[in-house]
Design a protein around this ligand. Structure first.
Ligand SMILES: *[C@@H]1O[C@H](CO)[C@@H](O)[C@H](O)[C@H]1NC(C)=O
Ligand SMILES: *[C@@H]1O[C@H](CO)[C@@H](O)[C@H](O)[C@H]1NC(C)=O
Length: 494
């Protein structure tokens, strides 16, 4: 029967051929289940580390700690005002060495989610916009406005072409698997209506036209046009669904704490609740979770933005402001990631079947065709623990907790059972500091950077955000003939 070998050979050729094709045609894609990298669906655990919020000396250690903590991806914004302090004059040095940061992530073997924005918010000065942008004639931010769109496109293209020439996108062999255009624009669009809608469409088309070879996301953007993926930011996102049935369910900002404001308490979030939020998301078809922040760091210089934002951007993140492990937060999340990896192949190849064994209780079972099995047992009661029977076993669930059962049997993790050690931070004095004082030179009316006019300047227009200070000088000429000098009556300036 000579036909069979021929068919076999043909099939073998087809298989070889289709493998070659899929590795050429975009190595990163997606379906309803997950981001697909080189043909493999992934449950990706990601963490935000903003490169200008630490020093280049700290980067390798921070990224190593992220890797040891079980992350797959580092997420960062791109900070336009740091990179283009005046029009056309670029800065990619020191803390702003974006390429070096991404290559450091690559060397550690992790992926990158690059959120170009270029509006980023981020408790960052002016949301990342350079102040000079405000004074470009006809400028109106983040709407269907010609000057704005052309400036945004120019900067976005600049960053994308920089990444391409350094071969940093995944299809080029680089670590960038995802990019982001705009940032939480949905609520703004809702407010302003038609011009906002037009701008969203334009931004999506502009970004898609840059042909990065990796998917784009738009966070908090319910109407993200195809092929953009809309994603969720929040403390919990399990109820979120993407706007099309063929897009994966992604959590771009799971808040690990919050930023600190002068006069306010220092915010914290228990790691048990963070782990609970992660698993509630994943057991409901979620496949990408990013911790915002994983290392918050420091707002150096005058980069803090928004009212009363402190220089510390610690965020109660798993790695603290100084680059030290914040335990048990870091360790408990590492244990969570280890457990998720154990069941990852099961999660990406089936949908959960959900049952409700009791009040505030749920069981999610993943049962792919190959006979594997993974289950999540949930006790949503905030106060009472629960005993749940599943298969032939009984499991103890503390209040507000979820367990992962590998092979639908063995509890490999429970969000509220923390095994990671707590560390107490001990502050020790490094010796005595002393105050130094110095005198600032008072400006004089004849120096070259003095301006004069009748009335007040708009401060930002003059300083262009290079300083918080604008000195006002005034001169009063008092003639020797003034009456008050003679009579001694009190002076009244008018
Ligand atoms: C998971 O996704 C499938 C396919 O879209 C859907 O039918 C199912 O309801 C989802 N399950 C949960 C728990 O969200
Ligand atoms: C900003 O300053 C320029 C001159 O430097 C002036 O022409 C312009 O009107 C100012 N704009 C605003 C908004 O104050």
């Amino acid at each position: 029967m000579p036909k069979i070998p021929i068919i076999k050979i043909l099939l073998a050729l087809l298989v070889v051929f289709s493998c070659v094709c899929s590795s050429i045609n975009g190595a990163v894609s997606y379906d309803d289940k997950a981001i697909i990298i080189n043909g493999r669906r992934r449950i990706l655990m990601s963490g935000s580390i903003h490169y200008p919020r630490s020093t280049p000396q700290m980067w390798p250690d921070l990224i190593k700690k992220a890797k040891d903590g079980g992350l797959d991806v580092i997420q960062t914004y791109v900070f336009w005002n740091g990179h283009e302090p005046s029009p056309g004059k670029y800065n990619f040095e020191g803390r702003y060495d974006l390429v070096k940061f991404i290559k450091t992530v690559q060397e550690a073997g992790l992926y990158v989610n690059l959120r170009i924005g270029p509006y980023v918010c981020a408790e960052w000065n002016f949301g990342g916009f350079p102040v000079w942008l405000k004074y470009v004639p006809g400028m109106s931010f983040r709407t269907d406005n010609g000057p704005f769109k052309s400036a945004m496109q120019r900067f976005t293209e600049k960053i994308v072409s920089m990444m391409k020439s350094e071969e940093l996108f995944e299809p080029q062999g680089g670590p960038i698997i995802l990019s982001q255009i705009e940032n939480e624009y949905g609520p703004v669009e809702w407010d302003i209506g038609a011009p906002g809608k037009a701008y969203t469409k334009w931004a999506a088309q502009m970004a898609d036209g840059l042909k990065t070879g990796v998917p784009w996301i738009m966070c908090k953007q319910e109407d993200a046009p195809d092929p953009m993926i809309d994603t969720c930011n929040g403390f919990y996102c399990e109820k979120f669904t993407p706007n099309k049935p063929y897009k994966p369910k992604m959590f771009t900002e799971l808040w690990t704490g919050w930023f600190t404001e002068f006069g306010g308490a220092i915010p914290t979030r228990p790691v048990e609740d963070i782990a609970y939020s992660v698993l509630r998301f994943i057991q409901n078809n979620g496949s990408f979770v990013n911790y915002y922040m994983y290392h918050g760091g420091t707002n150096f210089g005058r980069t803090a933005g928004g009212l009363f934002i402190t220089t510390s951007y610690d965020y109660d993140a798993p790695i603290d402001e100084y680059g030290l492990l914040n335990e048990p937060k870091w360790g408990h999340l590492r244990d969570l990631h280890t457990a998720i990896k154990l069941v990852e192949p099961v999660l990406v190849s089936s949908y959960p079947t959900v049952t409700y064994p009791g009040k505030n209780q749920e069981i999610h079972v993943f049962l792919p065709k190959n006979g594997d099995c993974a289950a999540f047992l949930s006790n949503y009661d905030p106060q009472f623990s629960a005993k749940m029977t599943f298969g032939n076993s009984q499991y103890d669930l503390p209040p507000w907790s979820i367990s992962i059962l590998q092979d639908c049997k063995k509890e490999v993790f429970n969000t509220a059972k923390v095994n990671a050690p707590s560390t107490q931070r001990k502050m020790t004095s490094v010796g005595s500091f002393s105050w130094q004082s110095y005198n600032e030179e008072a400006p004089s009316s004849d120096s070259s950077d003095t301006l004069s006019m009748e009335g007040l300047y708009e401060q930002l227009n003059v300083t262009r955000d290079e300083s918080d200070y604008l000195w006002y000088l005034t001169e009063v000429y008092i003639s020797p003939n003034e009456q008050f000098l003679k009579t001694g009556s009190s002076l009244c300036l008018q």
